[in-house]
Design a protein around this ligand. Structure first.
Ligand SMILES: NC(=O)C1=CN([C@@H]2O[C@H](COP(=O)(O)OP(=O)(O)OC[C@H]3O[C@@H](n4cnc5c(N)ncnc54)[C@H](OP(=O)(O)O)[C@@H]3O)[C@@H](O)[C@H]2O)C=CC1
Ligand SMILES: N[C@@H](CC=O)C(=O)O
Length: 366
C-alpha cells in the first residue's frame, strides 16, 4: 500500500482552490494587521479558510458565498460603514462555520465578541481591549470559547506571533504554578529605544514605527505605556492570576505633554520630548546600561502584583540586548525556578501578527 506524503493543509500547492473550505472568515479592520492577514490568506492556494467579508470605519462587505481577494478592497470602498446592529445578526446567521477576526483597536467591535461566541461564531483577536478589560468579562469570553462550538483566540494580543499565551496555558494545564513574569512587551518601545540609542530623533523614530505598522492605531498607547499595561493584565490572567487594571502600578515613560497631545500636536510634543530620551539613553550607556520599559508580574496568593516602569538594565543582559521590535518574556514557575523559561523575538509588525492570527484560524479550521 502506498501512502500520500504528509502535507500541511495550508501548504501552497498548484491547482484549484478547495471547493469547500472548512472555515469562513470575516475580518474587521484592513489596516496593517488585517491587510497582511488578507494577503496571507490569499497567498495560500489551498487554504482551508475562505474570506466572506471585511469592514473598516468607512465601508464593509459581507457575502455568505465568499469574496475574492481581488474584489474585496473595492467592495469595501464603495459601500457604507458597518452598522453592527444589522451586521452581527447577519454574521450569526451565517450558514457555515465562521470566525470573526477583530484587527481594529475599536471598543465597539470588541463589544460584539460575547454575542458572537454565544451564537457559535469563533472570535480571533489581536486587539487587547476585551481581554484587558474587567477580568469577569475576560473569563466569560474565555469560557464561551472553551465550552461551546466556538473558539476564542487571543494569542496575538501579547508578543504578536510569539507563542506566549499557549506557553502559559500549557504550563498551568500541566500543574505548574507561575511565580513571576518579567517582560519587555512593546515592539514599538524596543524599536524606539534602539533608534534613540543610535542617535535618531525620537519624533522620527515614532514616525517610522507608525509607518512600518509596529505602533498601535493610536501611538500614544505605546508611548504612555497603556499598551504594555494591557498586555501585562492579559499575561497575568493567562497565568491564572487575578488582575484588574486599577491595581497595576505604573511609572510613565513620557511626559503629560506627549500623553495628552492631540494627534496633530503629537509630532511637536515628541520633538520636545526627544532631548530627555537622548540624555537618558546616553547616561545609561555611560554606565554600561540600557533603558527598557519592563513589566513585572508577581504572584501573591492567587492575585497578580503588576508593576510597569522604565528600568536601567545591564547592556549585556537579555533585556539590554533586545533589538529591532523584540519582546522578551521571562517566566519563573515552580518547575522553571532556577532559571526562567524565556520567550524572545519580534513582538510587533503586520506580518508576524497576521501569521499568528492565521495560525489560530487554521487551528480552528483543522
Ligand atoms: N500592529 C501590530 O504589530 C500589532 C497590532 N495588534 C493589534 O491589532 C489591531 C490592529 O492593529 P493595526 O492593524 O496596526 O491598526 P491599523 O490602524 O493599521 O488598522 C486598524 C483598522 O481597523 C479599522 N477600524 C477601526 N475601527 C473600526 C470599526 N469600528 N469598525 C470597523 N473597522 C474599524 C480601521 O479602519 P479605517 O481604515 O477606516 O480607519 C483600520 O482598517 C490593534 O488592536 C492592535 O492592538 C496586536 C499585535 C501586534
Ligand atoms: N504596538 C504594539 C503592537 C503589538 O501589540 C507593540 O509595539 O508591541
Amino acid at each position: 500500500m502506498t501512502t500520500a506524503p504528509f502535507r500541511h493543509p495550508a501548504a501552497p500547492v498548484s491547482g484549484a482552490p478547495l471547493a469547500q473550505p472548512s472555515l469562513d472568515v470575516f475580518v474587521f479592520g484592513t489596516g496593517h494587521v488585517g491587510g497582511a492577514l488578507l494577503r496571507q490568506i490569499a497567498g495560500l492556494s489551498r487554504a482551508p479558510v475562505r474570506v466572506v467579508g471585511a469592514a473598516t470605519t468607512r465601508g464593509h462587505v459581507y457575502r455568505a458565498s465568499g469574496v475574492t481577494p481581488e474584489a474585496l478592497a473595492a467592495l469595501v470602498a464603495e459601500s457604507a460603514p458597518p452598522d453592527l446592529s444589522r451586521l452581527v445578526p447577519a454574521l450569526v446567521r451565517h450558514p457555515r462555520p465562521l470566525a470573526v477576526v477583530d484587527a481594529t483597536g475599536s471598543l465597539e467591535v470588541s463589544g460584539i465578541y460575547e454575542d458572537l461566541l454565544a451564537s457559535g461564531v469563533s472570535v480571533v483577536t489581536p486587539s487587547k481591549l476585551a481581554c484587558a478589560g474587567p477580568q469577569a468579562r475576560f473569563y466569560r469570553l474565555r469560557d464561551l470559547g472553551a465550552s461551546g462550538p466556538a473558539h476564542f483566540g487571543y494569542e496575538t494580543t501579547v508578543g504578536a506571533g510569539l507563542p506566549v499565551i499557549r506557553t502559559l496555558q500549557t504550563l498551568t494545564a500541566t500543574g505548574d504554578r507561575v511565580r513571576s513574569i518579567r517582560a519587555a512587551l512593546s515592539g514599538t518601545l524596543t524599536f524606539l529605544f534602539g533608534e534613540v540609542e543610535r542617535g535618531i530623533a525620537l519624533s522620527d523614530a515614532v514616525a517610522t514605527a507608525v509607518a512600518r505598522g509596529y505602533a498601535e492605531p493610536d501611538p500614544r498607547d505605546d508611548l504612555s505605556g497603556e499598551d504594555i499595561v494591557r498586555k501585562a493584565l492579559i499575561l497575568a490572567r493567562a497565568a491564572r492570576l487575578h488582575a484588574e487594571r486599577a491595581e497595576v502600578r505604573t511609572v510613565g515613560l513620557v511626559s503629560d505633554a506627549v500623553r495628552t497631545a492631540s494627534p496633530e500636536d503629537l509630532p511637536d510634543a515628541l520633538r520636545a520630548e526627544g532631548q530627555a530620551w537622548s540624555e537618558r539613553a546616553c547616561a545609561a550607556a555611560a554606565r554600561g546600561e540600557r533603558v527598557r520599559y519592563v513589566a513585572t508580574i508577581t504572584a501573591d496568593a492567587g492575585r497578580a502584583q503588576i508593576d510597569v516602569r522604565p528600568l536601567a538594565v545591564p547592556a549585556a543582559s537579555p533585556f539590554g540586548m533586545l533589538g529591532g521590535t523584540d519582546n522578551l518574556i521571562e517566566i519563573t514557575t515552580d518547575r522553571y525556578a532556577a532559571s526562567p523559561l524565556r520567550i524572545m523575538g519580534p513582538g510587533a509588525g503586520p506580518d508576524v501578527t497576521a501569521a499568528g492570527v492565521l495560525s489560530e484560524l487554521l487551528a480552528i479550521a483543522a
